[in-house]
Structure formats: structure tokens, C-alpha cells
Design a protein. Structure first.
Length: 341
């Protein structure tokens, strides 16, 4: 095969260009610190990097969801704690007013304090978060109130006294299954365990309830024996019934103190349940942090450039380029005209 002078030059130019591109490529990787800067560098690695980035970003969103859930639950826990204090004070007064040494005037005076407790408790049961969403209305967070006046059952009360009814979501009555949904709001704080996006927390640690059904929280466990049939068996109505008796100068029924004690126990149980949800958020946060670190380490191993290896490759490719240039300087002088002088 005849090799022309032009072919010598073209092959030398091609070799020099190849080595120049190789040097530029390794320089870019060393400058950016990444082995993969574009899909063409490593298509398989690029796909893996995208998947890892997506997982890390998802874990970051779960962390933000957990922070929101903790703030929501902390507010709810604080409100319930205040409700417990108010209920205990009302029970102390009810037991005190059962004593026959107190006059009708004494009981009517005590009714004024019970009235203040009722107003305070009404505000708690209809309380909102910073986004003006109801805490105790289940998923009906945009309603005007979770508990409203019940005029149909208030006719027998003294003027100024009114019963209240729960109008939030999923009012299931006095008996509740602790693992039921109740139409509440949930946020996701981890990857789904069963790959099913179910809006509940029935044993699935990936989701946590951030609002509660007001009837579940404030209804008297087992029902309120001090209230007439048809009246919503919630704590607020027990206090209204207590005030109504005291307004008339009568001692409160014995069942009132029992209902208030049951209410305190129910609220305390709700506090413990909220605490368990907060612990679950913390556990998921710690697990997410560990998983995120593992994913980021995996991404670094795939994406980033080993500096020592990169410098070695740069030196090697620079030497190859210099050799190609020197060879060309020799080859370009090899011409037939050099022998025709």
C-alpha cells in the first residue's frame, strides 16, 4: 500500500487532536471535581446519579414535613395540657360545691368562674394554628369552628347557657378505635413501607397524623352520664351542665365529678398518644439522616473525580500529547523532495 505524504500529515494531526481532547477532558474533570459532567461522560452513571439525587431530595422534603408536623403537634399538645388544667380546676369546684355548707349564693358565685372556664375551653377546642387552620376539626380545617352552639338541645338550660355540638369531620360518636382515620390530616415523613399511599397511620411509620378529631379528643370516654340524651357528650357540655346547676343555686349532680375525671384521663391519654407521634417523627428523622448520608456517599463515589488518579491521568495524557507532537515534527520532514537535491 502506498502511503502518501498527505496521509502522514492527516494521521499526525488526528493523533495530536485526539490527545489534546483527552488532556482537555481530564482538565475539566479536575477543575469541576466531577468524573461525570454530562450524560455522554457515562450514561449509566448519569442515570444512577439522577436517581440518587431524587432520593436525597425526597428525604429532605420528608425532613421538612416532619418539622411542620412537630410544630403542629406541639401546639396541639400545649392546648390539651391547658384543657387538662381547666378541667381539673372545674372538678375541684364541682366537688367543693357538693358540700352542703355552701349556700345558693356561693354556688351562683362559683358559676361565674365555671363560666370563664367554659369560655377558655371553647377557645381551645376551636383553636387554630398559624395558618388559621382548626386543630381539632379532623380534615375539615377550613371550617369556621369545630364546636358550635346546639340550640335544639339548649332550650331547657338557664338563659345564657348553651350546649355545643361537634361539626368537624368523621364524627364517630363516643367510642373510637385508636388506629382509625377519623378524617384527619396526615403528612408523609418517610418512604411508604407497603408502597401504598394510604391517608392514615395504621401501623405505617411513614405517615403521621397532624390534626385530630375534636370528638375523639374532648368527648367523655364511655359517654357523659351527667348529660341528658341527645346532647353531644363532650367535655364542654359537662361544664355547661355544671354551670347551669350552680346558676340555679343547686349542688352539681354526682355524675359531673365522675365525667370530669373521665375527661382528664381521656385528655391525658391523648397527650401520651401525641407524644408517641412526636417520637415517631424523631425516629424517622434519624433514619432519614442515616439513609441520606449513605445515598450521598454512593453518589460521590459515582460522580466525583479521584484527584490523585486524575493527576496521574493528566500527566500520562500530557506525555502522550508531547510524544505525538514530537513524532509529527519528525514525520513532517520526511519528504521525497529531500532526496532530490
Amino acid at each position: 500500500m502506498r502511503v502518501s505524504t498527505n496521509q502522514f500529515h492527516l494521521q499526525s494531526f488526528s493523533a495530536i487532536e485526539k490527545h489534546q481532547n483527552s488532556v482537555l477532558d481530564i482538565q475539566e474533570k479536575l477543575t469541576t471535581g466531577n468524573r461525570v459532567n454530562r450524560p455522554s461522560d457515562d450514561p449509566i452513571a448519569t442515570s444512577q446519579i439522577h436517581s440518587l439525587n431524587k432520593a436525597v431530595n425526597t428525604l429532605s422534603q420528608f425532613e421538612k414535613n416532619g418539622e411542620f408536623a412537630k410544630s403542629q403537634l406541639s401546639l396541639e399538645e400545649s392546648q390539651i395540657s391547658t384543657a387538662v388544667d381547666l378541667t381539673q380546676r372545674a372538678r375541684e369546684l364541682s366537688i367543693q360545691m357538693m358540700n352542703g355548707t355552701y349556700t345558693a349564693e356561693d354556688r351562683q358565685s362559683t358559676a361565674q368562674e365555671i363560666g370563664q372556664i367554659i369560655k377558655h375551653l371553647t377557645g381551645i377546642m376551636n383553636s387554630n394554628n398559624s395558618e388559621e387552620e382548626l386543630l381539632f376539626a379532623g380534615n375539615n380545617v377550613d371550617a369556621t369552628a369545630a364546636f358550635v352552639v346546639d340550640p335544639a338541645n339548649s332550650a331547657a338550660l338557664q338563659p345564657g347557657n348553651e350546649y355545643y355540638a361537634y361539626i368537624g369531620s368523621a364524627n364517630a360518636g363516643a367510642q373510637f378505635d385508636e388506629r382509625a382515620n377519623f378524617g384527619s390530616r396526615f403528612v408523609q415523613i418517610g418512604f411508604d413501607n407497603d408502597q401504598t399511599a394510604a391517608p392514615d397511620d395504621k401501623g405505617d411509620s411513614s405517615r403521621v397524623r397532624i390534626t385530630d378529631n375534636g370528638a375523639k379528643v374532648f368527648n367523655i370516654p364511655g359517654g357523659a352520664t351527667s348529660l341528658p340524651p341527645g346532647v353531644d357528650p363532650n367535655l364542654l357540655n359537662v361544664l355547661v351542665g355544671l354551670k347551669d346547676s350552680l346558676d340555679q343555686g343547686n349542688p352539681p349532680p354526682d355524675a359531673v365529678a365522675d365525667d370530669l375525671l373521665s375527661a382528664v384521663k381521656g385528655l391525658s391519654k391523648q397527650q401520651a398518644e401525641i407524644g408517641s407521634r412526636q417520637n415517631r417523627i424523631q425516629t424517622q428523622f434519624e433514619a432519614g439522616q442515616t439513609f441520606s448520608m449513605a445515598l450521598q456517599e454512593r453518589r460521590v463515589n459515582i460522580e466525583e473525580m479521584d484527584v490523585v488518579e486524575g493527576i496521574s491521568q493528566l500527566n500520562m495524557r500530557q506525555n502522550a500529547l508531547q510524544m505525538a507532537q514530537q513524532v509529527f515534527s519528525k514525520v513532517q520532514g520526511m519528504s521525497l523532495f529531500d532526496y532530490l537535491r
